[in-house]
Design a protein around this ligand. Structure first.
Ligand code: GRF
Length: 200
């Protein structure tokens, strides 16, 4: 059984959706460890309540690679095959990417390459696009930039607020992250340049 390592910084609803999928047998893998860079992340608490090994590796005061070395060490100790960033609010270093090549995923609340970075839902509303959505992509050392695995689009309604749009996107995030992880753990895709294509 493949092992997942989940990295988060906050609420942890994507982690919970993944944990639900694992529990229900919808993901062919197990969660080996949950790591937060923030000691008071709600997701960390939730993970502990659910009986997962969950720990904080505080990022404060560490350089990017210096921090990533600690995280990578823990992930390797737990024999993690696939790293899933789930609201992990840090850029990862080239070192981290090199230690888990094509084995780090992220979920972002926009249709990349539109609206990378913080407050993607706010950016979409401000820009006036009629559709936004979410993206699961492989992680490289650039921000929200690696090859795209799955996207889901949602409409933007005239009366949408940041909250209502975020909620519509979030329910799709919870759905496609499970799908994306399965594509990787079941070896159903390969990366050709920037394109992720099905192997079967
Ligand atoms: C999600 O919108 C995700 O796309 C983004 O950060 C948010 C995390 O939410 N990367 P949660 O902590 O999973 O609830």
């Amino acid at each position: 059984m493949k092992k997942l390592g989940i990295l988060l910084s906050g609420r942890g609803s994507n982690f919970e959706a993944l944990a639900d999928s694992v529990d229900a047998g919808r993901i062919n893998a197990e969660i080996a460890i949950v790591i937060s860079n923030k000691p008071n992340a709600q997701g960390l608490e939730r993970a502990r309540e659910r009986g997962f090994e969950a720990e904080c590796i505080p990022s404060r005061g560490f350089g990017r690679e210096e921090y990533d070395r600690q995280v990578v060490q823990r992930l390797k100790e737990k024999c993690v095959d696939l790293v899933c960033l789930a609201g992990f609010m840090r850029l990862v270093s080239a070192y981290f990417v090199g230690e888990f090549p094509e084995r780090i995923l992220n979920i972002h609340p926009s249709l990349l390459p539109s609206f990378p970075g913080l407050d993607a839902q706010h950016q979409a509303l401000e820009h006036g696009v009629k559709f936004s959505g979410c993206t699961v992509h492989f992680v490289d050392e650039n921000l929200d930039a690696g090859p795209i695995l799955i996207q889901a689009a949602v409409p933007i309604l005239d009366n949408d607020t940041e909250e209502s749009l975020s909620a519509r996107i979030l329910s799709q995030e919870h759905r496609i992250y499970t799908e994306a992880i399965n594509l990787v753990v079941d070896d159903k895709i390969r990366i050709e340049g920037r394109r992720v294509v099905r192997t079967l």
